[in-house]
Write a protein that binds this ligand. Structure first.
Ligand SMILES: Cc1cc2nc3c(=O)[nH]c(=O)nc-3n(C[C@H](O)[C@H](O)[C@H](O)COP(=O)(O)OP(=O)(O)OC[C@H]3O[C@@H](n4cnc5c(N)ncnc54)[C@H](O)[C@@H]3O)c2cc1C
Length: 409
């Protein structure tokens, strides 16, 4: 029997597996494709999220020139952005798994049974693995975790190409976090959910350009995103000369929290860890895995404790009441972003990026305390346009019960 069984070999599975191995636990993994795995997603992150962990060496590219185009302004963000080298990121976690002599099994978790002293996961291929605690890190559609149903899931969707172009689609050595300029769209198209360009110069005349819908329910389709990207490039007289990689990005932003009473713990997309207002998660995986692993290591020391008790401690660390309060505020933010029309959305972002950099950075990384987060939101409210303020007030009134819960704890 293992101390912990990790389901999934995506970023979340490897992050938590490495942290559990660091704690000296006897860990096993189960995934349809055991690592090393080729991850095709392009994972970006702000460099200052990696600096405190001394992990900037995991990046393949860095950009000092980071900008946003919103509300007829080009805003210099003054913050360095990076792109992970997926092999380095994976090796960083796998080396620690290897040091812990972790074993990966090939298979698909299909069923879970709990006993007094262990949980047992079985696969259709007939594998049965037992552990004191199971960590479901099988992504946004988890294999084992249960969560309440929701009929209003918002998705981030994007269609992107890595390739060469007839002329540079963005400035040399630039990273564009969001370009909401929409002069290439007809007035009817501008009434549809807004999308923006996320783009980076990868060097050697190669660029990554991605048309992105921050969040919408239902998701903006890949067809619409592709058409919009093509229109945007054509408007700038840029033709695609060579496609090296196409990215189809689709993931939920506001999955309800899994039920925290279950005897299995989740991590990553499975545990609703995606930042509901930005869609980022890799930074959170790196920051949060050690704390969750420590709690699990501590809990399994008590040999008589059943999986339910170990899971309860881990859930309390991952989703403490303070983390849940902050999540409520982020969800409030997300609802507003989806309700705004294109102009209001752009005005909102212009105000957001004019906040002190330390505030908007920490808001996006989820490293503010609840009072600091409220302060940041009030700051924005005080400095934004009448239109945005009016919309925020309307939302605050309709969501007053929810916000009251945050304020009174
Ligand atoms: C295209 C794209 C780009 C993104 N870009 C960024 C970014 O730039 N920065 C950022 O921070 N976030 C980004 N995200 C968001 C988020 O970080 C990713 O979705 C991330 O991959 C989620 O990690 P995960 O490990 O939870 O899930 P996944 O990466 O989906 O991994 C799940 C793992 O579980 C395995 N699995 C599934 N079912 C089973 C089963 N039944 N049994 C066993 N194993 C199973 C899968 O094979 C896989 O190994 C992006 C997402 C996408 C889709």
């Amino acid at each position: 029997m293992f101390d912990a069984l990790v389901i999934g070999s995506g970023p979340a599975g490897l992050a938590i597996a490495a942290a559990l191995c660091d704690e000296g636990l006897n860990v096993a993994g189960l995934a349809p494709v055991p690592p090393p795995v080729a991850w095709s997603n392009t994972y970006g992150i702000w460099c200052d999220e990696l600096e405190p962990m001394n992990l900037t060496h995991l990046l393949s590219h860095r950009w000092q020139n980071s900008v946003a185009y919103v509300a007829q302004q080009k805003i210099a963000l003054g913050r360095e952005y990076g792109l992970f080298d997926n092999v380095k990121l994976q090796n960083y976690w796998l080396e620690r798994c290897d040091r812990g002599k972790m074993i990966w099994h090939q298979g698909t978790a299909a069923a879970l049974e709990h006993f007094a002293d262990r949980s047992c996961v079985t696969t259709p291929e007939g594998i049965a693995l037992s552990a004191r605690i199971v960590v479901d890190a099988s992504g946004h559609k988890p294999a084992l975790l249960k969560r309440p149903k929701s009929d209003r899931i918002a998705y981030q969707a994007a269609y992107g190409i890595v390739g060469r172009f007839s002329s540079p689609p963005i400035e040399s050595q630039q990273f564009v976090l969001m370009d909401y300029r929409a002069d290439h769209l007809s007035s009817d198209e501008r009434k549809a959910p807004p999308t923006f360009l996320y783009a980076m110069d990868l060097g050697n005349d190669v660029f990554f350009v991605e048309e992105t819908s921050l969040a919408n329910s239902p998701a903006v389709t890949f067809e619409v995103l592709q058409q919009r990207l093509e229109k945007r490039l054509a408007f700038r007289d840029v033709q695609v000369k060579e496609i090296q990689h196409v990215e189809y990005c689709l993931f939920p932003m506001n999955l309800p929290l899994p039920s925290l009473e279950q005897s299995v713990i989740g991590f990553g997309g499975a545990a609703s860890m995606v930042h509901p207002a930005s869609g980022y998660m890799v930074g959170a995986l790196l920051r949060r895995a050690p704390g969750v692993a420590k709690t699990i290591a501590h809990a399994v020391e008590n040999l008589n404790d059943p999986p339910a008790r170990i899971a309860t401690s881990a859930w309390q660390t991952l989703w403490s009441s303070d983390e849940m309060r902050k999540r409520t505020l982020y969800l409030f933010g997300l609802e507003n972003l989806m309700r705004f029309d294109e102009q209001t959305l752009q005005a909102f972002f212009a105000s957001f990026f004019q906040l002190p950099r330390s505030q908007w950075s920490a808001f996006l990384a989820n490293t503010l305390s609840t009072p600091e987060m409220l302060q940041t939101m009030m700051n924005l409210f005080g400095h934004t346009t009448h239109e945005v303020r009016w919309n925020l007030m309307r939302s605050a009134w309709s969501d007053r019960a929810l916000l009251w819960k945050v304020l009174v704890g």
